[in-house]
Design a protein around this ligand. Structure first.
Ligand code: NA7
Length: 532
């Protein structure tokens, strides 16, 4: 049995960064990854049209000046193949693969209080001992596939966007059904429509989507960024979403003070520029519901301008307020519904009942299909963590500790589970920010914490229950009254039957980073430290 300083679960962007940083600082580290290569969500999400909705020059690591100077992004929003190539390049460049075991899943991790170490077991039966366990399993990595009856009887193919076959799916000449109109569905639908004979979109909730305005990157723009990449990263780090320093700066007026034509022009300018910066046109759109009503109204009106059939346009128009579910970026989404081979079925009132041998049944009607695509999302933020049997002090399971929703201190640690760190865990800004920035901030904080523990000869570090309770209250208070709590979303766990309704990410990135620094400077205030 191998004994290490650190076991990392996952070799996506978080796992790679943690492996590199901790190894550089002298720890014996090993990562376990269920995929057969690095990349995490970008390894698994191979569906047509998959791309990032954060600008590629920002959705990349900032820790190595040589890396950011050498790497060249080709598009404003990078596609999945390009992002995967980037992850592979990072793994090769920093020689990370030699400390990663691919194709194995961690099934359990058990903490031994006396020895202050974790025993980690993988699905091939191997066990590893480690002082620290770092969970880098991703916020949106545990696919959610509704259990519709009759699936085994269905004669056609079934795929989930997040588990897309590596060699693709041949959709030519087929009748395809897509269930779900979140980011994955909205990205895939225009491309599937071009390939399939017929496409039927099963929509439970209409989505707000903004034209991405994707384009090849201008070499002058790249040169400007690279001339001071560190400064660009620094400016982004001061933004609420840790991104958009060049594009998210709000208008200097409150939305209430802007005249109607000024407001319309401001929204239109950002709509035409593409990207999610429209949500930051005025700085109170996400926090003030009355202010948000202006954005909601603007976005609803854009749909009818593109979709030719008024009935289809009405079906595609959301009823909830803009930004309360995660906003989506698209390329040609609404235009797709003007094609003759595409139709949308509203299943909000007549839900999908199950599979028939030759298709899907919804609202009492059978829709004949050859391929069904589940674009039904993820058991977000906690799904991949709770899929493992994690046992802390006195054998308590993480599942029990979080039975009423996740409880963490700073989103990075949880009481009862010493020496366990979660990268971008629930209670941290994570999915409400540029994920790469959130990952790097967490990994650097954890690495400094481990240096401190070594220096001070601390065997075990554990979040204190009081500090954790205050933190959970803080996360809830930050979300109260904002647009995010006004509808059912995966932020709240509402997409998974039986999941506790708790707003999981923390709103407020720059302040969060300062708070983490403050905790570290105060000798890890809120954590109990047990000396060796
Ligand atoms: P999302 O955003 O969770 O979207 C899932 C979609 O699937 C959404 O439209 C759901 O409708 C729909 N859904 C889920 N279950 C059903 C059932 N049973 N019947 C009909 N429709 C259903 O997942 P994505 O993969 O698109 O995106 C995840 C994130 O990845 C995204 O936010 C980006 O951050 C990247 P609902 O809205 O729940 O009514």
């Amino acid at each position: 049995m191998q004994r290490l300083d650190v076991v990392i679960v996952g070799a996506g962007f978080a796992g790679l960064r943690a492996l590199h940083t901790l190894r550089e600082r002298g720890s014996a580290v090993r990562a376990f990854e269920r995929g057969h290569d690095v990349g995490g969500v970008w390894y698994w999400n191979r569906y047509p049209g998959c791309r990032c909705d954060t600008d590629s020059v920002e959705y990349s690591y900032g820790f190595s000046e040589a890396l950011q100077q050498d790497w060249g992004w080709t598009e404003r929003f990078a596609s999945q193949p390009e992002i995967l190539r980037y992850a592979q390049h990072v793994a090769d460049r920093f020689d990370l693969r030699r400390d990663i075991r691919f194709g194995v899943s961690v099934v359990s991790a058990t903490y031994d209080d006396d020895g202050a170490e974790w025993t980690v077991t993988t699905d091939d039966g191997e066990t590893t001992l480690a002082r620290h366990l770092i969970l880098c399993v991703g916020c949106l990595s545990r696919a959610s596939i509704p259990e519709f009856p009759g699936r085994d009887d269905f004669a056609g193919e079934v795929h989930h966007t997040g588990l897309w076959p590596e060699n693709g799916v041949d959709l030519a000449g087929k009748r395809v059904g897509v269930i779900g109109t979140g980011s994955s569905g909205v990205q895939a639908i225009p491309l599937i429509a071009q390939e399939a004979a017929e496409l039927t979109v099963f929509q439970r909730t209409a989505t707000y989507t903004v034209p991405a305005g994707n384009r090849p990157l201008d070499p002058d723009y790249i040169r400007r960024i690279k001339a001071d990449y560190a400064g660009f990263r620094q400016r982004n780090r001061k933004m609420a979403g840790a991104a958009g320093a060049d594009s998210f700066i709000p208008e200097p007026t409150s939305v209430f003070d802007a005249a109607p034509d000024e407001r319309e022009a401001a929204f239109l300018k950002r709509w035409s520029a593409g990207g999610l910066a429209i949500t930051a046109t005025y700085d109170n759109l996400r926090t003030d519901l009355k202010a948000n009503a202006f954005l909601t109204d603007f976005m609803r009106r854009q749909i009818g301008k593109t979709v030719a059939d008024p009935k289809t346009a009405a079906t595609l128009t959301p009823h909830h307020i803009a930004g309360c579910k995660r906003m989506v970026l698209d390329t040609g989404y609404y235009e797709t519904f003007n094609r003759d081979n595409v139709s949308v079925v509203d299943v909000s009132n007549g839900p999908i009942e199950g599979f028939a041998r030759d298709g899907l049944v919804a609202g009492g009607r059978t829709y004949p299909l050859d391929v069904v695509v589940f674009a039904t999302g993820y058991d977000a933020m906690t799904g991949a963590l709770l899929a493992m049997d994690i046992r802390g002090k006195k054998g308590k399971t993480l599942r029990d500790a979080w039975s009423e929703g996740p409880r963490t201190y700073l989103g990075v640690a949880t009481a009862g589970f010493p020496n366990l760190f979660i990268v971008t865990g629930p209670g941290s800004p994570s999915v409400l920010t540029n994920m790469i920035v959130a990952i790097e901030q967490h990994v650097d904080w954890i690495a400094s914490c481990m240096d401190y523990l070594r220096r001070e000869q601390v065997a075990a570090i554990e979040a204190e229950t009081d500090a954790q309770d205050r933190w959970v209250d803080h996360v809830n208070a930050a979300a109260d009254g904002t647009v995010y709590t006004q509808c059912n979303s995966w932020y709240l766990g509402a997409n998974i039957p039986g999941k506790p309704r708790v707003f999981m990410p923390l709103i407020g990135f720059p302040a969060y980073e300062a708070k983490c620094e403050e905790v570290a400077a105060a000798h890890y205030d809120g954590f109990a430290l047990r000396r060796s």
